[in-house]
Design a protein around this ligand. Structure first.
Ligand SMILES: Cc1cc2nc3c(=O)[nH]c(=O)nc-3n(C[C@H](O)[C@H](O)[C@H](O)COP(=O)(O)O)c2cc1C
Length: 250
């Protein structure tokens, strides 16, 4: 067993990581981005289906359009590379059709497989980027306008952008954001609700200190922000658009 359980190249990268939204204008070479995406491709995938695709976008005009679709997120424009992380069942249809066969893909399990594959490979790309000194932020805002994004990227049916990943050189690297106390999220043998008041109190204190340190309003409690932002369902158009694009939910 390693002597120091709190340190390895991966653990150190994870402990220091935070989303970066402030990028230098410095270029990111194709060679470096390819190295990152190829490393990420070693992520596990359900049944080795590899039901994901990357679409790398560098064209400034295309990034501007994508940033607007994401609700005006400037970092999508500023980052030298934007990678659309797609859930992709289209390629599997082509592969099986090429041998005169087909797959049943229009159902919930296959949709989940593709989304989970995309999430894992996207996180691995983010981690690989961080490990090379780059910074990233994921862009769920791509789901604001899944049809518009699909048209912009020329996505066939069976492909949608689960989220984007801005990759570039950080101008400033933010402090890592505190996480909920471990007892609130790590359960042993059986799920246990535990002492909410104590855990939440500790987290609010940690977040308040963090916000004060980074110059944000220290008085807005995390629980209140969650309640405010998620009091109503979000992106209700998603179901219809994704169904139209060949994803199943039954
Ligand atoms: C799937 C996913 C989508 C996200 N979408 C956005 C986004 O659209 N814009 C943004 O600025 N941050 C986005 N984030 C970043 C989160 O806000 C961030 O990870 C979270 O606040 C925790 O902060 P940290 O990553 O710095 O630890 C996203 C993160 C994930 C995992």
């Amino acid at each position: 067993m390693p002597e120091n359980l709190n340190s390895s190249s991966v653990i150190d990268t994870l402990r220091g990581r935070a989303s970066v939204r402030d990028f230098k204008s410095d270029e990111l070479s194709d060679e470096m981005l390819n190295a990152i995406l190829n490393a990420a491709r070693q992520a596990p995938t359900s049944s080795n289906l590899q039901a994901y695709s990357f679409v790398v976008v560098r064209d400034p005009e295309a990034k501007k359009r994508l940033a607007a679709m994401a609700g005006g997120q400037q970092h999508v424009i500023d980052a030298p590379a934007f990678v659309a992380i797609c859930a992709d069942t289209h390629r599997l249809s082509r592969v099986t059709a090429s041998i005169g066969s087909s797959i049943a893909k229009d159902h919930l399990e296959m949709t989940m497989v593709a989304c989970i594959d995309a999430a894992l490979v996207g996180m691995c790309a983010s981690l690989a980027s961080d490990s090379l000194g780059l910074g990233t932020v994921m862009i769920g805002g791509m789901r604001n306008d899944p049809a518009g994004v699909a048209a912009e990227l020329g996505l066939p049916d069976g492909v949608f952008v689960a989220f984007g990943l801005c990759v570039g050189w950080p101008n400033t690297r933010p402090e890592a954001k505190p996480r909920l106390p471990q007892d609130m999220v790590i359960h042993h043998e059986k799920y246990a609700d535990g002492d909410l008041a104590a855990g939440l109190g500790d987290y609010e204190t940690a977040m308040s200190e963090h916000h004060r340190h980074v110059g944000r309003d220290p008085d807005e409690p995390w629980a209140e922000r969650v309640a405010k932002q998620f009091s109503a369902p979000k992106r209700e158009h998603l179901l219809a658009v994704l169904k139209e694009r060949g994803f199943g939910f039954d």
